[in-house]
Write a protein that binds this ligand. Structure first.
Ligand code: GDP
Ligand code: IMO
Ligand code: MG
Length: 419
């Protein structure tokens, strides 16, 4: 059997959590492969709303194993509050959630370092989620990190050594902090984490594949935030693309099956960095209002704009997307016309290539299509799609050269049309 992958094709928050939840019944196991509590994956069903940070979005479907893979960075304090929130709402998960020994730990001082680095950057700050993601992956790559498996042997010594090193850096940045309180919360989180099965998840995943089981790999963030191919340096610190599923779970590239690329019918971004199709007018505000575009983790207003097909063609290529999933179609319901960016004009030259530097002189070239002006939220099957909506789908499929297999018409699990 192969591993199917679900990932975001834009700047995150495309609706990955919802789609993972909808597709989980087709799989035996769901595994998160990168990122950490910078993610906020929202699921809605039976009039309840849940936001998942480190826990995979397959957790609500009965009888499925969920894995936090080695590519994920985990903060025990956030993990504990996430688990307790789920337990309180009647979703105990200790026996269905396994954690990789090789996942790196976000220490309290990583969070402080994240804040110190951002403060020092001033106007050029990344606008991180402040969860310690960059410093944790930095320590991983510089071979100074601590992993979940380290919690099981002589942890205190390793921890004190790491913290002493971090304190030296914080002093260089002249950063003021109070470590005691967050440290206490963190160690309480460690005790909670240790109640879960901490395993070599790559062995379990590959055994399941050998036994013919089906696995769904869940990505966080989006391809335009990928550390190699995103709008660097305004990116996250992991490989959010399909290749990240191989390194983040221990799966061979030839074991990858379908790649589901998730995108919104328009586009959003949180944090700093270039965004060619961003709208600063009332249309942008309308998208924000209708789409409730406020960060699920930080509550920050998301920047909104038209769909960018230059960027989408690029991320579809990098990921080898086999099936597209269009989200939030209903947010465009009231628009008389809809714009789509088909190419860029860069210093007078029109191009369909995604440039090295997205921040300098990139002007989007738009085509305008008629809107459908129909309430999509109640639609049950594709036969009910208005003609203008069908035309929008045909246009996108021609431009992107990949079929749109799923259309989402509202936040609820049930508001999903599989084509
Ligand atoms: P993720 O990080 O990719 O999982 O996405 P987020 O959960 O951060 O953001 C997506 C938001 O859109 C959440 O609030 C979802 O409940 C919501 N959502 C998902 N699909 C749809 C849809 O088709 N229509 C509308 N209106 N909202 C949606
Ligand atoms: P999900 O999985 C949207 C953005 C931050 C910032 C940049 C770096 O919910 O789609 P980091 O804290 O990772 O160092 O921040 O990346 N970012 C996200 N934006 N959705 C996310 O996750 C994000 N995770 C990080 O806003 O611009
Ligand atoms: Mg999100």
């Amino acid at each position: 059997m192969k591993v199917d992958v679900i990932l975001g094709l834009q700047w995150g928050d495309e609706g990955k959590g919802k789609v993972v939840d909808v597709l989980t019944p087709n799989y035996n196991m769901v595994a998160r492969f990168q990122g950490g509590p910078n993610a906020g994956h929202t699921l809605e069903f039976e009039n309840q709303k849940y936001v998942l940070r480190s826990i995979p979005s397959g957790i609500f479907q009965k009888g499925k194993i969920n894995i936090v893979g080695n590519g994920v960075v985990i903060d025990p304090a956030t993990f504990k509050s996430e688990v307790e929130g789920l337990e309180a709402s009647g979703h105990p998960l200790t026996d269905r959630l396994y954690i990789s020994k090789k996942a790196h730990l976000i220490l309290p001082t990583h969070r402080l370092l994240d804040a110190a680095y951002e403060q020092a950057k001033g106007d050029s700050k990344i606008g991180t989620t402040g969860k310690g993601i960059g410093p944790t992956y930095t320590d991983k790559v510089s071979r100074n990190g601590l992993r979940v498996g380290d919690l099981l042997h002589n942890f205190d010594e390793k921890y004190q050594k790491a913290v002493a090193r971090h304190k030296e850096i914080l002093a260089q940045y002249n950063f003021k902090y109070n470590l005691e309180e967050i440290e206490k919360e963190w160690f309480e989180g460690v005790e909670k984490l240790k109640t879960f099965q901490i395993i070599d998840s790559e062995n379990l995943i590959n055994k399941c594949l050998k036994d013919g089981e089906k696995i769904l790999a869940e990505g966080a963030q989006g391809s335009l935030l990928d550390v190699d191919f995103g709008s660097y340096p305004f990116v996250t610190s992991s490989n959010t693309i399909c290749a990240g599923a191989c390194t983040g779970l221990g799966i061979a590239p030839r074991k990858i099956g379908d790649v589901f690329g998730i995108f919104k019918a328009y586009c959003t971004r949180v944090g700093s960095g270039p965004f060619p199709t961003e709208l600063f007018d009332e249309t942008g505000q309308l998208l924000r209002d209708k789409g409730h575009e406020y960060g699920s983790v930080t509550g920050r207003p998301r920047r909104c704009g038209w769909i960018d097909l230059v960027a989408l063609r690029y991320t579809i290529m990098i990921n080898g997307v086999t099936k597209l999933v269009m989200m939030k179609s209903d947010v465009l319901d009231s628009f008389e016309t809809i714009k789509a960016c088909v190419s860029y004009n860069i210093n007078g030259i029109e191009t369909e290539d995604f440039p090295f530097d997205l921040s300098e002189g990139v002007e989007p070239v738009y085509v305008e299509l008629p809107g459908w002006q129909t309430d999509m939220t109640q639609i049950q099957s594709e036969n009910e799609f208005p003609e203008e909506f069908n035309n929008y789908l045909i246009f996108l499929e021609q431009e992107l050269e990949v079929p749109i297999a799923i259309v989402s018409v509202g936040p609820d699990r049930a508001q999903t049309i599989i084509r």
